[in-house]
Design a protein around this ligand. Sequence first.
Ligand SMILES: Cc1cc2nc3c(=O)[nH]c(=O)nc-3n(C[C@H](O)[C@H](O)[C@H](O)COP(=O)(O)OP(=O)(O)OC[C@H]3O[C@@H](n4cnc5c(N)ncnc54)[C@H](O)[C@@H]3O)c2cc1C
Length: 434
Amino acid sequence: MDRVRVPWAGTHTAAPPRLHGTHRYDVAVIGAGLTGLSTAVELLELDPGLRVVVLEADHVAAGASGRGTGLLGPRIGPALSVARRRYGDDVARASYLWSVAAVRHVLGLVQRHRISCDLTPGTQLVVAREEKAAGEQRREADAAAALGLPVGLVGQDELPAVAAGYRGGLRYPGAATLDPAALTAQLARIGEQRGLTVFERSPVRGIRRGLLTTLSTNDGAIVADHVVVAVNALGTAAVASAGVLGLRVQAGVTEKLPSEALAALDGLRTEPLIEHGELSPYFRLTPDGRIVVGGGAARRGPHGSLAPVPSLLRDAVRALSPVLADVEIESSWAGPVGMTRDGLPVVGGDRGDPGLHHAAGCNGHGLAISAYHGAHLARRIVDGNRDDLSFALPWMRPKAPWMPRGRLVDRVLDRYLAHLTAEAGRPYAPGNHA
Ligand SMILES: Cc1cc2nc3c(=O)[nH]c(=O)nc-3n(C[C@H](O)[C@H](O)[C@H](O)COP(=O)(O)OP(=O)(O)OC[C@H]3O[C@@H](n4cnc5c(N)ncnc54)[C@H](O)[C@@H]3O)c2cc1C
């Protein structure tokens, strides 16, 4: 994958070697994103004597982890109202609380390892643009209240100035923003300080199972007791998480905002704005005074670095406030997300092989979840999860629900994504909306 111009500082500078020859490890992790590296770091925290290796096809943070927009917040899978119907109240509540714990886990990681990643604690505000969305938000607030979860409905007249014109919102406490590339790169460094080996430019081409598992790359092989597949949506037929569909979504960053605009938008520093709905735009402010914006367009297939419709990012930012009427997008990019049919991730092990583990399918909301999955997989490997009840959560499973594949499905998906993109691009100026 080519390097993209993201606004993040994080790079992994050790320039580790490519894998040559055959080596023996206790645990081999495939993929140096947040999932893979947090698994490795957690493993070495739980058992410093373990020999752990990470094999990365490209470079550390080459995938979604280096290209995300850095919104760290609760929520997992479908809306609470849907989760209640589908899984019952206990599981719906436990799932949300698990996602709250995932955020806390990342905050704890950052604090414990003194990771410098511009962590800014705050809340998230999901806003409704139209009456239909506002109705869905009222139902979501009712579901949260029934489950005793602290999700607050925000009336139109209570919205902050930057969200003036939206019809209302939902406020999620216990969130933060950070630089996801810095977090990922520093996890690699922390792992290496504890004895982790990272081989970059070493794509795994095949997995051979046996008493031990053998991973083969172009120039070498790793033999390991445990293998963790953490390739997000970037897998191949040989190395993948079953049932995960790869899309690429876009994001961008503006030029530095003038002081007048910064003063008007200061609330975005601690409370990013997320428009309710598929592919709808979302906004946050970086510490150096730029807006990071995501949404608007997605394409089938996880590969490729170019934002499919960057003009939508510019239009979304300009529509947010009159003070942004002339702002330019300085760079834009695309990155992979792994989607599943039920909107939930897939984490766990292979039923027939106790040495094979995987985590993927965060449906574009994986910053906290991926890191927490790493902790879960590490515990699973080290102590077999004996004192852990997380197996009761619906995304702890050997594979995601079956996804239809084929040319016809691709055509339907392309049309659906084009429709969502057209919807997201409808002219609208929330700041001017009475
Ligand atoms: C544009 C964008 C914005 C996002 N914004 C947010 C956000 O604000 N908040 C949020 O919660 N989530 C966000 N996400 C989602 C979040 O970034 C991901 O869920 C998370 O980073 C996934 O981490 P990962 O380690 O599973 O995957 P990745 O970071 O994609 O890592 C997978 C790694 O596996 C490697 N790999 C693949 N195949 C092989 C192989 N055969 N051999 C070796 N290595 C291999 C890849 O090169 C890659 O480095 C965003 C995603 C994108 C694309």
